[in-house]
Design a protein around this ligand. Sequence first.
Ligand code: ASP
Length: 599
Amino acid sequence: MLKTHYATEVNSGLLGQTVTLAGWVDRRRDHGSLIFIDLRDVSGVIQLAINPEVEPHAHEIGSTLRNEYVVQVTGQVAMRPEGTQNSKLPTGDIEISVKKVEILARAKTPPFYINEEVEVDENVRLRYRYLDLRRSRMKRNILTRHSVIRYMRNFLDSKGFAEVDTPILIKSTPEGARDYLVPSRIYPGKFYALPQSPQQMKQLLMVAGLEKYYQIAKCFRDEDTRADRQPEFTQLDIEMSFVEEGDIMALMEELFSGLVPAIRPDIKVVMPFTRLTYAEAMERFGCDKPDLRYDLQINDVTDITAASGFGVFQKAASAGGRIRGIAAPGCGNYSRRELDGLQEIARSTGAGGVVTVSLGKPGTPAGELEMEDVHSIAAKYMDIEQIRQVATRLKAAGGDLLLLAAGDDDTTSAVLDRLRREIARRLSLADEKTFHFCFVTDFPLFYRDTEHNRWDSMHHPFTSPREEDKPVVAEKPGEVFGRHYDLVLNGYEIAGGSIRIHEADLQRMIFRLLAYTDEQIDERFGHMLEAFSYGAPPHGGIAAGIDRFVMLLCQESSIREVIPFPKNQNAQDLTFGAPDFVAPEQLDDLHIKIDDKIS
Ligand code: ASP
């Protein structure tokens, strides 16, 4: 190699020895005739000292070095002079007294600072991703990603799982998103689809008798890009035979509770993982992926408020809806502007708004509040006893702010979920160094797609109904529960899976319920039904989003920060310039004509 050591391998144990290092010039400082260079390589940074009196030639080259030049240096390991040590660097007590410098590559001035953590426009960073990844935070993120994947592989290997890779060019498999399609050259007019997940293949591996499968799998879903969503993403995909829900959940609990401290010993994992049913999660937190690091629970106050003369409450209750609320501790003194901000957030969910009740006299127990302490448009229509009861139900006291939403459950849940997260953000209630995992179970098997007036799968069509529900699936699809479980971490869904259907008849019946014709079923899923007719074991699995989990582990707020080459917010790859037009001959090969209106 062109080096004998990596920068941070050099330490005071090597004092007086000659070493050769290679890397990038992180920064140069001229102190009179003495030149100091911070040399950066993948391991970190070390200081080089180039003294003209020791090596005039090296000094001559040293004075031409600029940031990001690639150099090879040879020199002696020396202690830094007393008082010049840098305790923040692992190599901060030593330096290399340089004998020889060679420039391996020169560099243009980069479009942004590599050696400083400064805010840079994301599109510029993505255009020059190879420079962005040179920055220490990004390098740390990518290496953390590596450690996570390695841990997963070792863990599953130790549990007897086999890693099996599956193809990228397949036939469409439904996960509820739009497919990416690849035109076939050999079969004009036909297309492959990129997998939204290896779902059907992992199930076929169970039919094949593999029993314990996993894969670090790429998945492709043509959806709008968000902070926690990319057109292509990576998941840890797992499937097992002869298991029930508890087996998969126990496996995940063991994996993640071991993984987090192995990589981030400073993060506390709440044990054991919390378990909530879907109904409980929706009732108490307004969503199926609650952040449990803080309380702020939702409570139903319909029985107290419906009878008040307040129109908003009356209308909601008489339409069969409910009045539910949360209390924001210590926010009773919010200004008009702050309250308006909350209104805006409530409305952004599509709801009419939220009723705010500001309580004065900090510390006063709910039962001792007086009307003069209450500020709200609802106050005129409610008596003090009702307000005291609402405050008591919401575990509030003087000085707090009550947020009440009225309407059907979907509406109030959406509003209160958003407000709950917002209040937690404003009050910094979520401890960054706590990981609170939670399994959510007992999801309905279907939901009503009102736009198309049909049933759709809550998870995907391969999820099994509960055993006791099997006989009534066709009769009462809206009341049936699925054997589906999600793993939630700090407000993010980080994994989802289910026990599958392994009976051909039941699978066909579910497809029919999802409004597929028999012809469509045979054409699209005939291979699965056929496979199930050759002795399929009961099986189930799960898939965990690696990007999202690494994002949380690195305390980043976008998965783009932990993906080496992500798409930008508009689904473009700016490093390569994709998507792009292609040569007309390529299109001819694929029997594709571009609409005149486009080019
Ligand atoms: N295929 C599912 C997904 O990608 C996971 C699973 O059911 O195992 O979300």
